[in-house]
Design a protein around this ligand. Sequence first.
Ligand SMILES: O=C(O)c1cc(=O)[nH]c(=O)n1[C@@H]1O[C@H](COP(=O)(O)O)[C@@H](O)[C@H]1O
Length: 273
Amino acid sequence: MTFITKLNAAWRSNDSLLCVGLDPDLPRLPEHLRRQPDGIVAFCKAIIDATADLACAFKPQIAYFAALGAERQLEKVCAWLRARHPHIPLILDAKRGDIGATAHQYAREAFERYGADAVTVSPYMGFDSVEPYMEWEDRGVIVLCRTSNAGGSDLQFLDAGGRPLYQHVAQLVADKWNRNGQCALVVGATFPDELAQVRSIVGDMPLLVPGIGAQGGDIGATVAAGRTADGAGMMINSSRAIIYAEPQDDEDFAAAARRVARATRDEINRYRG
Ligand SMILES: O=C(O)c1cc(=O)[nH]c(=O)n1[C@@H]1O[C@H](COP(=O)(O)O)[C@@H](O)[C@H]1O
């Protein structure tokens, strides 16, 4: 099954456009898990199990693991997700970009070491830096287009032949790079006007849309700008707002994450109509 067919199935089976981001920051983990050698793994497994029926994808951010020297733990989290919830796509957020020979190694890392269904990559070194990922024809290649951070405008808004560079990237990926139908784009929920522009350029191509929750993006505006005709087309990511949700009453951290994930999924669905 390809990344795109798996994503389509998860959108439908969980009635969800919510991507749960796994950004485990050690100081923010519950006290008892901070002290365990594999506490980061236990934390992510608990979040995954608590939200798997509410999500269309999970997106571990590799830096949160690599900064701790915890790549082995990331392997365990990915293996858990693949074994326990094989119908939910695993997106490795690595934002890689390098010359072809090195990109090939990054692709092996994402697709073979971690078994990811898709990986995030930067477009700024051009097609030969992205092409190596496409050798894995069943996997997704998610290209940064209009990122959620304010500084994204520094480069992504530069004029590229009469249009902003991010629109050029969207057109290029839609027209040329997506020859195997395995590409998606990253567009921030913090910029709904640009999200609508990208949607109009790329047709039904899936969009990874981070920026709701902790970054303050508006869910209604995001859904209105980025939805496809069938009301899907997006993986709307929230990380910190879900995984560090404040427990209420006698909830533990996983139950709190589930409550916020459900509320987020349901709010997205209200706007989907
Ligand atoms: O590629 C990404 O996932 C990404 C792209 C982007 O433009 N903005 C963005 O925030 N992200 C990632 O999405 C996640 C957002 O986390 P929260 O702000 O906690 O929801 C982080 O892991 C970011 O690295």
